[in-house]
Design a protein around this ligand. Sequence first.
Ligand SMILES: CC(C)(COP(=O)(O)OP(=O)(O)OC[C@H]1O[C@@H](n2cnc3c(N)ncnc32)[C@H](O[C@H]2O[C@H](COP(=O)(O)OP(=O)(O)OP(=O)(O)O)[C@@H](O)[C@H]2O)[C@@H]1O)[C@@H](O)C(=O)NCCC(=O)NCCS
Ligand SMILES: Nc1ncnc2[nH]cnc12
Length: 284
Amino acid sequence: MAGLPVINAAPIRVSSTTMPQRVVRALYDEIHLTPKPGLVDRANSGAHHDMDHELFICSIEAIAPWFVVFHELGKAHADQPEMMQLRLLRPAGIACEQAMFQATGGVNTHKGGIFSLGLLCSAAGRLEAQGCRLSRQAVCQQVSQFCHGLVARELVQRNRQASTGERLFQQFGLAGARGEAESGFQTVTRYILPGWQDEACEERRLHLALLRLMAVNPDTNLVSRGGLSGLRYVQRSARQVLSTQWTHEQLHQMDQALIARHLSPGGSADLLSVAMVLADLPEV
Ligand SMILES: CC(C)(COP(=O)(O)OP(=O)(O)OC[C@H]1O[C@@H](n2cnc3c(N)ncnc32)[C@H](O[C@H]2O[C@H](COP(=O)(O)OP(=O)(O)OP(=O)(O)O)[C@@H](O)[C@H]2O)[C@@H]1O)[C@@H](O)C(=O)NCCC(=O)NCCS
Ligand SMILES: Nc1ncnc2[nH]cnc12
């Protein structure tokens, strides 16, 4: 059209990757990473007798569509208060868990992952509906607001039929996945993302992040399997490996040690997926 000024503005880099796509990619990348001490990977089933790599792939295929649902729910309810979101999400979250259990024959592969990563998808959908740009801080703050008061509401109150997480809170005061989400994934944002670029090689970057998570994360899986001594053993072992120019062989030896002790850091595996998703977002 004649007369209009030509604007040579650099194209704004708008990622075409949706949050559900980032989440599913992270789930595949997590199960693919090998070796992973105590966890299921391409080499072995870690400290698990009831699941393997193939079952995890089936589980991811079954739950993947639900992350689009969580994202859409975040968009649809963007006009509702943050405090209402978890209640609005829970039915879909439980339906997603049922899809997982159906695909796995009743084995809990991703219960924690559904909760944590589903919240990220819903937070992203809400922010996008409000015209806000996605950033690590904005998404984590939104999740924290969704889960405000969750620990007090669900863990402090004694329930007759306590779940694993509820029982561990009553015994040890560990808030597990609920506490991590209510904090806005503080373990990831404080201990993992600042050093995300410390390793140039993608595989070593993920191994480093997992070791750092195992060194600090109060993983309720470890406590439910080995008590506080099991958690401390894994944290101490991870710190020892991190103090060296660690190699695959050391990760393999750690894997054998955790398997021998029936210890599986499933919570840290979930937070590794959370870290991959957040690392891909701009900081601010
Ligand atoms: C909110 C719930 C998900 C809480 O469930 P629960 O009462 O069981 O509480 P937690 O134990 O705290 O958390 C459950 C899973 O979360 C992972 N996890 C553990 N510690 C942490 C942590 N510090 N930070 C983040 N995430 C953590 C962990 O999940 C992984 O391990 C599981 C596989 O390991 P395995 O040892 O084989 O597990 P089992 O032996 O089968 O043990 P149990 O089945 O007895 O627990 C696997 O789940 C991995 O993901 C913990 O196991 C839940 O109550 C809830 O509300 N769910 C509905 C969903 C929802 O609300 N969605 C809304 C948003 S979409
Ligand atoms: N690779 C894995 N092995 C065991 N539990 C897990 N939870 C999430 N990822 C896992």
